[in-house]
Design a protein around this ligand. Structure first.
Ligand SMILES: Cc1cc2nc3c(=O)[nH]c(=O)nc-3n(C[C@H](O)[C@H](O)[C@H](O)COP(=O)(O)OP(=O)(O)OC[C@H]3O[C@@H](n4cnc5c(N)ncnc54)[C@H](O)[C@@H]3O)c2cc1C
Length: 430
């Protein structure tokens, strides 16, 4: 078996060292098995082990190899749906509970980083959502009002203020959510893995789960080097879900997001660009997101092609986005190009699927999972230790494979083209 290593990225070049995670060898018993070593799986394993459960985590590559070690490192509270939309969909009691859960997810990330001394440059600077056209300012107003009504701190900013905060004049205004911030995501993932190991979990890299089946009252999860017999299993494989459980892969739509990181910008432009250190995501349907890292590199991300590649020629969209934001930088040197996959759901919320008694799946963060996946991992640890479904903030949903999943690529290409046209039209009207 060829070992799967991290692709080149800014985070792979700058993260803390990975803890030792030898492949699973031989057969063993455990209370719980977690499949997938991203934020969902690592947080679940950590919280299970801290609660005294004998826990094994199986990761096909290395902890943080998937989206968790490749993302923009923007710690963002909330779902894509706003609190009032959650109430409209799930009813007053469940919807409010879900909104409060979503509102608190960033707290957990910063608490875990502090409590476990994870050196991941976690900074609670706040997070900016930049509005791309005046006609969309009402969205930011509603969002701010809804969070404030629930006691969370969010502020509306106008065009002049957002230009001052970001150093670009491209936006009509926006909102600042004070709960958010930034971190080095691969360092956070490796730090969580280290914390889980110290808490007693067995974390195995290069250990893809290749089969899962009932074995008496338990589940047997097999890897090329061994097997684990456990009472509880969590599948936390998100956009990298394979055919381990029928229909799970088909219940989400994997799409690529591409990022680039410039060379460190040096002092002069840094004073103007993102002066307060807040990360930014914008409101376009095909959004641009950007931030500075600890050394002053500008990190910009956006929608990519339908393939994993580090070939610079395929990153034109994102490099053009950088030029659109900060034309004064000119053709700035790019140090890193990298890509990863996010898992979209048709209802825009993550899915908790109870696949069979004792077998759970938690996937589908719609590109907003640094904080949410970490929190859902803790929630699933509670579920695997016996919490009732009704007591969880996120309702469980039946596994629903998306019809015509095999045709997703042409359908997505059309949808992306349409969204790009709408974004351009709205931006030009400004
Ligand atoms: C480029 C990019 C930028 C993003 N930017 C942001 C951002 O700035 N802010 C934000 O909030 N969110 C962002 N996201 C989304 C966020 O990274 C994800 O939602 C989150 O990391 C999901 O975590 P996860 O643990 O569920 O999945 P992942 O981190 O993808 O982990 C799944 C793991 O499962 C493993 N696996 C799969 N199958 C098996 C198997 N059979 N056996 C064993 N292991 C298996 C994979 O190897 C992988 O490591 C971004 C995502 C990408 C790709």
């Amino acid at each position: 078996m060829t070992a799967l290593r991290h692709p080149d990225s800014l985070w792979a070049a700058t993260a803390i060292a990975a803890p030792g995670t030898a492949p699973l060898a031989g057969e063993r018993r455990a209370d719980a098995v977690v499949v997938g070593g991203g934020f969902t799986g690592l947080s679940a394993a950590l919280h299970l082990a801290e609660a005294g459960a004998d826990t094994v985590l199986l990761e096909a590559a290395e902890p943080g190899w998937g989206a968790s070690g490749r993302n923009g490192g923007q710690v963002i509270p909330g779902f894509k749906l706003d609190p009032d939309e959650l109430v409209a969909r799930y009813g007053a009691e469940r919807g409010e509970r879900l909104a409060m859960f979503a509102g608190g997810v960033a707290d957990l990330v910063f608490d875990l980083a502090a409590r476990h001394g994870i050196d991941c440059q976690a900074a609670r600077s706040g997070w900016i959502q930049a509005v791309h056209a005046p006609s969309r300012m009402a969205l930011a107003e509603r969002r701010v009002a809804q969070w404030r009504r629930r006691g969370f701190q969010a502020d509306l900013v106008d065009a002049a203020q957002i230009a001052e905060l970001t150093g670009t004049g491209r936006y009509a205004g926006g909102l600042i959510d004070r709960r958010g911030g930034t971190l080095n995501p691969l360092s956070f993932a490796r730090g969580l893995a280290g914390a889980a190991i110290r808490a007693g979990a067995a974390v195995h890299g290069q250990s893809p789960a290749t089969a899962i089946r009932r074995d008496g009252a338990r589940w047997r999860v097999t890897t090329p080097g061994g097997a684990v017999l456990a009472d509880q299993v969590l599948l936390a494989t998100n956009a990298y879900t394979d055919d381990l459980w029928p229909g799970l892969k088909q219940s989400v739509i994997p799409v690529f997001s591409y990022q680039v990181a410039t060379r460190p910008l040096g002092d002069i432009p840094r004073r103007a660009i993102l002066a307060g250190g807040m990360p930014v995501s914008d409101t376009r349907r095909l959004l641009l997101y950007f931030r500075l890292d600890g050394q002053g590199r500008l990190v910009v991300g956006g929608r990519g092609r339908f393939r994993q590649t580090e070939e610079p020629a395929f990153y034109r969209n994102v490099v053009d986005g950088l030029g659109w934001l900060y034309p004064e930088l000119g053709p700035v040197e790019i140090e890193h190009y990298w890509a990863g996959q996010v898992a979209l759901t048709l209802d825009h919320v993550p899915h908790l699927n109870e696949l069979a008694p004792g077998l759970h799946a938690m996937i589908g963060y719609n590109g907003r999972g640094v904080a949410m996946a970490t929190a859902c991992g803790r929630m699933m640890a509670g579920r695997m230790r016996g919490a009732a479904l009704d007591d969880l903030p996120l309702p469980a949903t039946p596994l629903r494979p998306i019809p015509f999943h095999g045709l997703r690529q042409p359908a997505l290409a059309l949808a992306i083209h349409w969204k790009r046209l709408l974004d351009r039209w709205e931006t030009r009207r400004q």
